[in-house]
Design a protein around this ligand. Sequence first.
Ligand code: 2P0
Length: 325
Amino acid sequence: MSVSATAVAHPNIALIKYWGKRDEAMQLPATGSLSLTLGIAPTTTTVTLSDDPKVAADLGTLNGEEMRGKDLARVQKFLDLVRERAGSQAYAQVDSVNEIPTGAGLASSASGFAALTLAAAKAFGLDYSKAELSALARRGSGSASRSIFGGLVEWLPGHDDASSHAVELDNPGLELSLVVAVLSPGRKKIDSRAAMRQTVATSPFFSAWVEQVPRDIEEMKAAIAAADFTAVGSLAEANAMRMHATMLGALPPVRYWNSDSVAALDLVASLREEGTECYATMDAGPNVKVICRSGDAEAIACRFRSEFDGIDVLVSGSGPGAYLM
Ligand code: 2P0
């Protein structure tokens, strides 16, 4: 009988962003980061070890379609690492279902590699702590280290492979929600890994970013501890703008925004002027995510639906860490 394990993980959205690595091979980030794990749009992944000696490679499906090219190569490289740790020769079949548009700056690689980490660790018999699972997930995709945990999460930059993992933060009283305006569900033109590399190599603003982020993290942790929504939201928005400013300084510039993104940022500013306190954040894509108090989320989502014809608008509160089925 073949060994199989299934895991579920949710995307996360960074309030203080991860942008740039100090070690590409080990996936060590230039700075820490801090995120909220969402309660929507999970990835469910089943890893089945092959007991057929004719199978000589890992294979997979994503949303029912065969994985190929770069996506498959990334999964295979990750499973090579898991095999090495487990002292196994077995190849695996990976079947993954993503309930969010893949590659659209909605953190599908975070939920994807977090679910793959948990399912693969179980199937290959690695008895890992959550911190160890988080460090392993990081090797697949940096932001996946955060989706191992639920709620508010800090990814510690660490000094080596084992120490660069995420931890769950106490949340003494913030009821945060995110409204995700899916302005463009297509695959992004430049993937975040290549865009980060370009930013690190060419943006004259990158050193200022690396100096600023640790300050932003400390300030954010103090705001969370004080349950100060205004401080959390305004700092998250400022940090996202700083990240995009840093990548706009690259050569050639990395610009994920489109004209709808700018219109959405304007709408967030208008809502605030009208008395609904909310703040914007953006990742490696044109979509805008609105950080708000949970009680305001539905009204903000309604407003986005009426201002942007035909777009998907998702609402999410805080979600759980990755778990086995
Ligand atoms: C974040 N992003 O903190 C930032 C903000 C996108 C913008 O983490 O190369 O897919 O696999 O480590 O994790 C996207 O980066 O990159 C990301 P790799 P990943 O959420």
